[in-house]
Design a protein around this ligand. Structure first.
Ligand code: ADP
Length: 692
């Protein structure tokens, strides 16, 4: 077996993802919305049944529907091929690294000039220019198999009245009921150079048009942007990043941020990253450290901002250290936990829906990636990447690499995380203890950067509606099952060529988009809004609500940026100041009710104990935050919310400043929990919501 050399550039197989367009996976997560089931052969009829008449003009929709089936379908695809090539070309690599000239985890300092790899077109998605879109009445509703098709509702409603409907995202291999064109025309998704195919399929099947350079859009899935670029995002648009997350997405920044936390709170709490030196800055420190070693301990060297194992080497001699380029030199975890004699690492998916308040979800499934050759600590094995690296993009080149298509079976060199837990259960391993250390690492890593994320968010983003982020955390378990954080990816690979990948990433994306809660843009045309109002009054009578005076008919069903603005009124500002002062005064946060406070009575200067609770007088802004929290939680199947949770208060001491919103959600979670039946929480909130 020839040994692999250091990989400078990984060749990618492009365009193979579309082979999986017809593989039907059952969504194991509960759908809160009722699907409409129709038989393929009855699709046209059934659609007419669903929309018997045009919701506005009363004409049969059959004509417009039939007009767009076969001929338009072909034309759109041909045009799509001519106009665009699919740009996705990664191979289980983290998405931003599919652009060769751009270091993967994206650095604000790096050159952002892209050289785009062109991959094969994906037949199942429609990519057309905005002009082409506008020229057509609508695109085809392609039906791919003889099986019964499940049409999901296109809209999803909040548990609370008066909240504009959310767009309902279905799985990549499902479809939503088609909305009338005049409404759907504002559902534009901006195609980026790295939009993964699974995301494109999900959004297209959920009623969006994917457009390369739309004049306006409401969603996009792209690589991280420099912070100032976030200022150009409009109030009705959402991007899949927060400004500043390169602070954990780059290996050198992650270490620096973690070092600060170790200095403040100690190694026992924050010592989950292998010791690291960032060169050239830490060269002398590393030299000192190196000379003190008594044994031949290996080090792993990595470029500060790359992925897919690019540029990584395991070394043990000082003269193997490249001097000229910036480098991360990390202590090598020499005793990894082995399965069948090989090393593996875990990919965790972490979804942050909000930074203030901090809301973190951990996806219950993930991936386990194995090295393809038996592990060895022999010095002469150190340059064998198939032994020491677990990246798929490295190991797939090894002759001995065995693929695994089965999400439920522990075989080959890739497993699902669920399979690993089953395997561990079989060995009697305490899986719950590992899971709890994993969520501890996730929370603490994010806490190390929340102050800076918050600052960047306030300075660069106009509306809190606009950002969310899905992270990929890479974890290595050592022989004692202690988890070590290797890196955080801010554009985790969503490449899904195998059915195993698709079974993890398909539901992941659907749930992420639903939890992100997209709404109709408030800048839609009056005509579109009017049609939306008519559509809702026809098909969702019970959800009809009054428009506010002076606004367009239908605007009550569109996103209202004032509800998600950072601005507060006087009453809200006072309440924030009051609670933030209390907490800053009570230096260490007690475990019980930290908001039962001793207050100075201004008249007589005597201390009085004032029993006050942040949930007592909910402001309009409080209610809005709690509604968002509950609506998001209702869509979180497959995820566990790890912050806030019943352990939140344990983490307050690691926060530079406990924000008002973190206190609010902590109290809410203490009162109503975050698992199981939400009836009590919803009823409580409804009663306050109606009063406001
Ligand atoms: P990349 O972003 O290029 O994937 P990683 O930091 O994830 O870089 O490293 C690639 C692989 O190298 C990991 O998947 C893991 O198998 C191995 N590795 C990385 N750091 C260490 C370490 N400190 N000790 C042992 N193995 C490591």
């Amino acid at each position: 077996m020839p040994k692999p050399r250091m990989i400078e550039k990984v060749v990618t197989d492009s365009g193979t993802e579309c082979q999986h367009t017809t593989s039907i996976l059952s969504d194991q997560h509960t759908n809160k919305v009722k699907p409409v089931v129709v038989k393929k052969k009855l699709v046209k009829k059934s659609l007419r049944k669903v929309h018997p008449v045009h919701p506005i003009n009363g004409k049969s929709r059959a004509s417009s529907y039939e007009r767009v089936t076969n001929s338009t379908c072909k034309k759109a695809k041909i045009n799509g091929k001519l106009s665009y090539a699919s740009i996705q070309s990664e191979n289980d690599c983290d998405a931003s690294s599919s652009v060769p000239s751009l270091a993967s985890n994206f650095s604000e300092e790096l050159d952002s000039s892209e050289s785009v790899q062109i991959a094969a077109d994906d037949e199942s998605c429609s990519y057309i220019t905005e002009e082409e879109c506008d020229a057509k009445e609508t695109e085809p509703l392609t039906v791919s198999s003889d099986k019964a098709e499940v049409f999901q509702p296109a809209l999803r409603f909040s548990a609370f009245s008066g909240v504009p409907p959310y767009l309902n995202f279905c799985l990549h291999d499902e479809k939503v009921v088609e909305l009338p064109w005049i409404i759907r025309r504002c559902l534009k998704w901006k195609l980026s150079t790295i939009t993964p195919i699974v995301v494109r399929k999900t959004v297209v099947n959920s009623g969006f048009r994917v457009i390369k350079e739309p004049k306006d859009w409401i969603g996009t899935w792209g690589k991280h942007m420099k912070s100032p670029l976030f200022t150009s995002i409009l109030e009705h648009q959402k991007v899949n990043h927060f400004p500043g997350t390169f602070q954990i997405g780059r290996k050198d920044r992650l270490w620096r941020n973690m070092q600060k936390m170790v200095a403040k709170y100690g190694n026992d709490e924050f010592g989950f990253l292998p010791q690291t030196f960032v060169l050239p800055h830490d060269l002398r420190l590393l030299r000192k450290h190196w000379s003190r070693r008594t044994t031949d301990v290996p080090w792993i060297i990595k470029p500060p901002a790359s992925a897919r194992g690019t540029g990584i080497q395991v070394i043990h001699e000082w003269n193997q250290l490249p001097r000229k380029k910036p480098l991360v030199v990390q202590s090598y975890v020499k005793n990894p936990y082995l399965i069948n004699g090989t090393k593996f690492d875990i990919r965790l998916y972490v979804f942050v829906t909000s930074v203030n308040p901090l809301r973190i979800y951990l996806y219950e499934n993930g991936l386990v990636r194995f090295a393809s050759l038996t592990y060895s600590t022999e010095m002469n094995s150190l340059d064998d990447l198939y032994v020491h690296l677990t990246n798929y993009s490295v190991n797939k080149h090894c002759e001995g690499y065995v693929a695994n298509e089965d999400a439920n079976v522990c075989q080959g060199h890739k497993w699902t995380l669920a399979s690993l837990w089953t395997y561990f259960h079989g060995l009697g391993v305490d899986v719950e203890a590992i899971k709890s250390s994993l969520s501890d690492i996730v929370i603490k890593t994010l806490l190390s950067v929340t102050p800076v994320l918050n600052e960047m968010l306030k300075n660069n983003v106009a509306n809190r509606y606009s950002c969310f982020e899905l992270f990929g955390f890479d974890i290595l378990l050592d022989a004692d099952l202690k988890p070590w954080l290797l890196e955080v990816n801010i554009s985790p690979s969503l490449h899904s060529t195998s059915s195993l990948d698709l079974s993890v990433k398909g539901p992941l994306i659907k749930n992420v988009l639903n939890m992100a809660r997209y709404q109709f843009p408030n800048n839609a045309s009056s005509l579109s809004k009017e049609h939306l109002a008519n559509y809702i009054s026809t098909y969702f009578k019970e959800r009809v609500c009054e428009k506010s005076s002076g606004s367009d008919e239908g605007s009550q069903y569109c996103h209202d940026p004032s509800c998600t603005s950072f601005d507060l009124n006087e009453e809200e500002t006072k309440k924030h100041e009051f609670y933030e002062n209390i907490v800053q005064r009570s230096v260490s946060v007690p475990s019980g009710s930290c908001w039962t406070v001793q207050n100075q009575c201004p008249e007589n200067g005597i201390d009085v104990v004032e029993d006050t609770n942040i949930l007592d007088n909910l402001t309009r802004d409080d209610i809005q935050h709690l509604i968002e929290t509950e609506d998001e939680l209702s869509q979180s199947s497959g995820f566990t919310r790890v912050f806030p949770s019943e352990n939140s208060e344990r983490y307050f001491r690691f926060m530079e400043k406990i924000s008002y919103y973190d206190m609010l959600l902590n109290e809410w979670q203490k009162k109503f929990g975050c698992l199981g039946d939400r009836t009590l929480a919803i009823d409580y909130l409804k009663s306050h919501h109606e009063k406001k």
